[in-house]
Write a protein that binds this ligand. Sequence first.
Ligand SMILES: Cc1cc2nc3c(=O)[nH]c(=O)nc-3n(C[C@H](O)[C@H](O)[C@H](O)COP(=O)(O)OP(=O)(O)OC[C@H]3O[C@@H](n4cnc5c(N)ncnc54)[C@H](O)[C@@H]3O)c2cc1C
Ligand code: SF4
Length: 535
Amino acid sequence: MANSFDVIVVGSGFGGAVTACRLAQAGRKVLVLERGREWTPDSYPRGPDDAWIWDDDEPERQNGWIDLRYFGDMTVVQGAAVGGGSLIYANVSVEAEPFVFETGWPAAINYKALKPHYETAGKMLGVEKTPDNQLTERFKLMREGAQKTGHGDRFRKLPLAVTFNKDFQGDGPDPHNEANSKSWTNEHGVTQGTCIHCGYCDIGCRVQAKNTLDLNYLAAARNAGAEVRANHIVRSLETIDSGGYRVRFERIEDGRLIPDSVTADQVVLAAGSLGSTELLLRCRDIYRTLPGISNKLGYGWSSNGDFLTPAIYWDRRISPTVGPTITCAIDFLDGSKNGNRFFVEDGGFPDVLGGTVEEVSRKLSGGGIIGKLFARIAKSARNRDPLDAIMPWFGQSIDASDGRLYLGKDWWNPFGSKKIKLDWDIRDSEAVINAMVDMHKELSAATGGTPVEPLYWRWMRDLITPHPLGGCAMSDDPATGVVDGNGRVYGYDGLYVADGAVFPKAIGLNPSRTIAALAEHIAQGMIHGTQGVET
Ligand SMILES: Cc1cc2nc3c(=O)[nH]c(=O)nc-3n(C[C@H](O)[C@H](O)[C@H](O)COP(=O)(O)OP(=O)(O)OC[C@H]3O[C@@H](n4cnc5c(N)ncnc54)[C@H](O)[C@@H]3O)c2cc1C
Ligand code: SF4
């Protein structure tokens, strides 16, 4: 295996997949180092004994695809996989609103400059909206709620990175059976299927109707010669005398961690908000290999104001486990609610129990009577879904974006090593979250539901987010940020950050399309130089 490259990309989520693809297509010799596994529909976790969880304390033993970080009053959920968060995300691929970029971002980053990149990313991700003949019960409830509360004009379908079959029959016999997915081959030569509304988006789409990054951007990167190494955890980087960087990693192999290193002229960090920030913090403060990184590293972190309020509908079937996880929104980002800017969405969830039974029946298929029995149980569990009465009102908001990531020890383990920690204070974000919760309650009441404000919020003001943003903020001034408007790390030629870490503040709606558009912009800057990049 080669150990010297033009560009090393760390991480293969939205930032990493896009930069790897564009740089490889521009003729660069690209290596992608990804800590997670390369998953296929057959290896996706389904049963209780499968590899669900990534444990950063012992990744050689637990290297599943969900990485949960508990920081006390904030819990972060993120992906660990070739394809990053795309394997377990809810497919919403929506552009940020133009006003978002008017303050706090570098001058080069504005909606007009990003628009062509949004369009390119949308095409690569095969974005489309749910066809009218496939609207879910949640969608209809959201639309009704918007109309009854006088906000019908704010309601809209969301663009999704999902391939639909216009002829799908949702009310046919056994509609969610995989046999109902239509096979097709995408422009990168990868075989995919069409959506069967099984509701498993957040636990992996077995029919590959989700247009995940491994099927498009990473496939195109590989077609252009990029090498992708799964199970490689990058630990540090350092400058080398001849120019460029040495990247040190540990490879997970047979339950052990094997150290090694590679070099490149340029390095793109795309390990996500937490991952890229942690790597730079370690290199600046522990290994002291990159001592000149801005002292703003870690600052300005945001949870993107995510919140979920479940509501119970005693006499109405909501079927939250049916259909793509999120399909529509009611947009309050204009600040018309006392200046609070938020975006309400329907948040479905997978029928994990039904999925487990289905998995057992799959493993037993061909196993005669027992296999058939499990298949019947799975089908009847789906038909009598006990969660049918729940509407998960979901949403994001523009929070205060005043968190700080830093390295610290666990208080109960003063002799242990330092880990990434989060300093988070809800006070300046509380008003906008409350405004969103109030709207969730109003929508529930207008449609006959009983909202249940989560106790972790009501009593402790704790939050959970799948949208960590920031830590290596973009800025025109090294005194206020870590990278410039082209993703270049201040003080280190050839070192870039191109993922959710570069957001200087929340955008108040799902961020993956904006991360992809920014990565397209950063890659163009790397290929053509900064001249010629739209300003
Ligand atoms: C359940 C869920 C649902 C979501 N739904 C949506 C949605 O519908 N729409 C939307 O826009 N967003 C959604 N998101 C958020 C979205 O997934 C993230 O915003 C996006 O993936 C972030 O992209 P990224 O490139 O910054 O990082 P990621 O996609 O997280 O990629 C970072 C990659 O780097 C790897 N990595 C980390 N550290 C290292 C290291 N040291 N060495 C090597 N590799 C490393 C990780 O394993 C990961 O693969 C969802 C997230 C979750 C968890
Ligand atoms: S609903 Fe099912 S088939 Fe459709 S995208 Fe989600 S996981 Fe795939």
